[in-house]
Write a protein that binds this ligand. Structure first.
Ligand code: URA
Length: 240
């Protein structure tokens, strides 16, 4: 990772403060004074700040229950960013692994581990996401099975050149279904239902892989070691 990122990860300094320390010649890598904040370093390197060895804090992994009318973005826009639900000390240097639309609620994973989030949302690894979908038009049994079959076979979304991956669906009520997809294209769920002539009126993500949302709206918690590992284990199982 970049040296300034490593310094942030192993201290309470912001990225700007870490860069200032590097420019001031206070940071050494393997005994040499570092001159570039962008220098690539490894956790095994001996990195010191003012002569004190730095040890990287372990990566952070958080689940947040995103309320409606919030943005999966690091900054506020038309709505407030979901990062306002996290304390600053947790939010620093973190990113969202798999964004939701402003009006979508539910499970958002936030981390500073880029490899982990890449695995989670890389279509090659087919990590399953479960959405509860509210629909404008009720589905009778026939319509449900027709759409289920279409989604299972894969559909061609407008402007795309590849069929969607096989999705599965369970009916909860005439106007609510659970949809399981293993990719995350732009507005995917809303576009899938638009293509079959319906409209999503409410969307909530309740599960990603083995990780199930279990905190109330606006609340967050750290993931357990098992939840973090489940992404890697799931990936290995898929690749192997
Ligand atoms: N699909 C959508 O259409 N919107 C989301 O927020 C997530 C999946």
């Amino acid at each position: 990772m970049r040296l300034d990122k490593f310094v942030c990860k192993s201290t309470r300094l912001t990225r700007c403060e870490a860069q200032a320390q590097i420019l001031a010649g206070q940071v050494s890598v393997n005994g040499q004074v570092a001159t570039s904040a962008a220098m690539q370093v490894h956790e095994n390197n001996c990195i010191t700040l003012n002569g004190q060895p730095l040890i990287a804090r372990p990566s952070q992994y958080i689940m947040l229950h995103k309320p409606a009318n919030t943005l999966c973005s690091n900054i506020d826009g038309d709505y407030p960013s979901v990062f306002r639900y996290l304390p600053m000390t947790e939010a620093r240097e973190m990113h969202i692994a798999g964004r939701l639309d402003a009006d979508t609620t539910g499970l958002v994973l936030i981390t500073d581990d880029g490899r982990w989030s890449f695995t989670l949302f890389n279509p090659r690894f087919a990590c399953q996401k479960i959405y509860r979908v509210d629909l404008r038009d009720p589905l009778d049994c026939l319509a449900f099975h027709r759409i289920e079959r279409e989604f299972n076979q894969g559909i061609m979304l407008p402007g795309e050149s590849q069929l969607t991956r096989a999705a599965t669906m369970t009916q909860v009520s005439s106007q609510q279904v659970l949809l399981r997809i293993s990719e995350g294209r732009y507005h995917q769920v809303k576009r899938m239902f638009a293509l079959v002539g319906n409209k999503v009126t409410g969307l909530h993500r309740q599960q990603i892989g083995e990780i199930c949302l279990d905190v109330p709206a606006g609340q967050w918690r750290h993931l357990s070691a098992e939840e973090v590992a489940s992404v890697i284990i799931g990936t290995e199982a898929f690749e192997g």
